[in-house]
Design a binder for this molecule. Structure first.
Ligand code: NAD
Ligand code: UGA
Length: 456
């Protein structure tokens, strides 16, 4: 039996450790966090994050071999393998502000491990980090002067929110990077053994440390790049009467391109794409590769353009003013099937509409609490309404900003009747039946498609 510890009980630490505990009943898994409220929620029936299938897995393992605790120091002392899954946000101050990763939580954790360890341990980078962070980690940990040895592994996480359980249960690949030394390879084997309890060996890739760290940044950059690419095409579609869904489908049938991740949208959100690309950009500049930095930075810029273009289109269609108009935002989460609103395009649209003095109402099946918290003082100017019918009542326009399937199933005849005319609908996720809405009387604006209007 191994004592496995994870420091950081967030969107990654909680679900990944729950699955390890589920699949490895012979290991003891403890997840610790300094956030007491979060740990209390993990120990309750109301888990701190919404993720389909997570409740069942936690219920199966919690109390058996899965434990959530705030006793960071004591659990470090008891652990053989320590995953570090703390947040690594974009640095908001000093050198590299707005681009580099803020590594203060990460380094705090390394020093805390050092203070509380009385035996050698394996430390696993689960957080997404700049390439060569493991080297800094090794320097800190192996400065202990007590003869303790720490092997640092990189094991980036590729799960996506909303499908985290399926991604963990059946991953495309698990990646482990290690030093090519006898003890590095032994540590690597120990971690591979854990995953091999449910992941086929040929899905477990092993590389050197730096390749593993860089792969995580590169994978997110490639994924985000596909979205920015199709969103760039969507802008051109809107000018030329091409339809981005048809173009995406036709492109995606080329087996070299493939059909996934080509959904044009109001823009990508989530806590990681922007942060990780900016981190990559910073690294490229740091290593004096300005052309490479510039190339990747465009992916983020295109996303910002897409978000602002969406609101500009709304303004233009609505006679260049939304001041005083009630506008219903359908969706706050950055994608469907999560309550996460970090970097959500819905909140970016909300902020811009507030600047334009619109009366914004937001509806979302899971993410209203997080939306309220993320908007901070602006939340006082927004109405949060769980019922989409109530949200649309008396509105001049609806903007669909999260692809929750239930938004496509609403009774739009009823909604149309309750709205101010002419009624507008802006589908930032292309999930609605645009022709049917147009027939009902809506002026319909989708991403990368010709507008369907009654205003001539
Ligand atoms: P999160 O903010 O949800 O969770 C991080 C947790 O770490 C917080 O609860 C925080 O209180 C805790 N923490 C911070 N410092 C601590 C300390 N010194 N001791 C104990 N706990 C501490 O973040 P997240 O979304 O889980 O992301 C964690 C890492 O995983 C990031 O590097 C992120 O880039 C990466 N990642 C995230 C996702 C995702 O889908 N969210 C997917 C892959 C990788
Ligand atoms: C993403 C990656 O998919 C994960 O592999 C990675 O582990 C994770 O980031 C991370 O490092 O945090 P996530 O952000 O949870 O996962 O969700 P995605 O499904 O990637 O969606 C990201 C954003 O892109 C969402 O706003 C989504 O709506 C948008 N998107 C996605 C599109 O606009 N179009 C698409 O075709 C796909």
């Amino acid at each position: 039996m191994a004592n496995i510890l994870c420091i950081g009980a967030g969107y990654v630490g909680g679900p990944t450790m729950a699955v390890i505990a589920q699949k490895c009943p012979h290991h003891r898994v403890v997840v610790v966090d300094i956030n007491e409220a979060r740990i209390a929620a993990w120990n309750s029936d109301q888990l701190p994050i919404y993720e389909p299938g997570l409740d069942e897995v936690v219920r199966e393992a919690r109390g058996r071999n899965l434990f959530f605790s705030t006793e960071v120091d004591r659990q470090i002392a008891a652990a053989d393998i320590i995953f570090v899954s703390v947040n690594t946000p974009t640095k908001a101050f000093g050198q590299g502000a707005g681009r580099a990763a803020d590594l203060q939580y990460w380094e705090m954790t390394a020093r805390q491990i050092l203070r509380n360890a009385s035996a050698s341990k394996i430390v696993v980078e689960k957080s997404t980090l700049p390439v060569r962070t493991a080297e800094a980690m090794e320097h800190i940990l192996n400065s202990n002067g007590q003869g303790l040895h720490f092997d640092v592994l990189s094991n980036p996480e590729f799960l996506a929110e909303g499908t985290a359980m399926a991604d963990m249960h059946d991953p495309d690949r698990v990646l482990v990077g290690a030093r090519n030394t006898p003890s590095g390879q032994k540590a690597l084997e120990a971690l591979v053994e854990i995953y091999a309890n449910w992941v086929p060996r040929d899905h477990i890739l092993t590389t050197n440390l730096w390749s593993s760290e860089l792969t995580k940044l590169a994978a997110n950059a490639f994924l985000a790049q596909r979205i920015s690419s199709i969103n760039a095409i969507s802008a051109l579609c809107e000018r030329t009467e091409a339809d981005v869904s048809e173009v995406a489908h036709a492109i995606g049938t080329d087996s070299r391109i493939g059909p996934k991740f080509l959904r044009a949208s109001v823009g990508f959100g989530g806590s990681c794409f922007k942060k990780d690309i900016l981190n990559l950009v910073y690294l490229c500049d740091y290593y004096n590769l300005p052309e490479v930095a510039h190339y990747w930075e465009q992916v983020v810029k295109m996303n910002e353009y897409q978000e602002s273009r969406f609101v500009s289109n709304m303004l233009t269609a609505m006679f260049n003013t939304v001041a005083g108009k009630r506008i219903a935002l359908f969706g706050a989460a950055f994608k469907a099937h999560t309550n996460d609103t970090r970097e959500s395009p819905a909140l970016a649209v909300c902020r811009t509409l507030l600047e334009e003095r619109a009366k914004v109402v937001i509806t979302d099946p899971k993410a209203l609490d997080n939306a309220r918290a993320d908007l901070g003082p602006l939340a006082d100017r927004v109405t949060f309404e769980p019922d989409p019918y109530q949200a649309a009542q008396g509105a001049y326009a609806i903007a669909v900003l999260t692809e929750w399937p239930q938004f496509a199933e609403l009774d739009y005849t009823r909604i149309f009747k309750s709205m101010v005319k002419p009624a507008f609908i802006f589908d930032g996720r292309n999930i609605l039946n645009h022709a049917a809405l147009h027939t009902l009387g809506f002026n319909v604006y989708a991403i990368g498609k010709p507008a369907l209007e009654h205003l001539k």
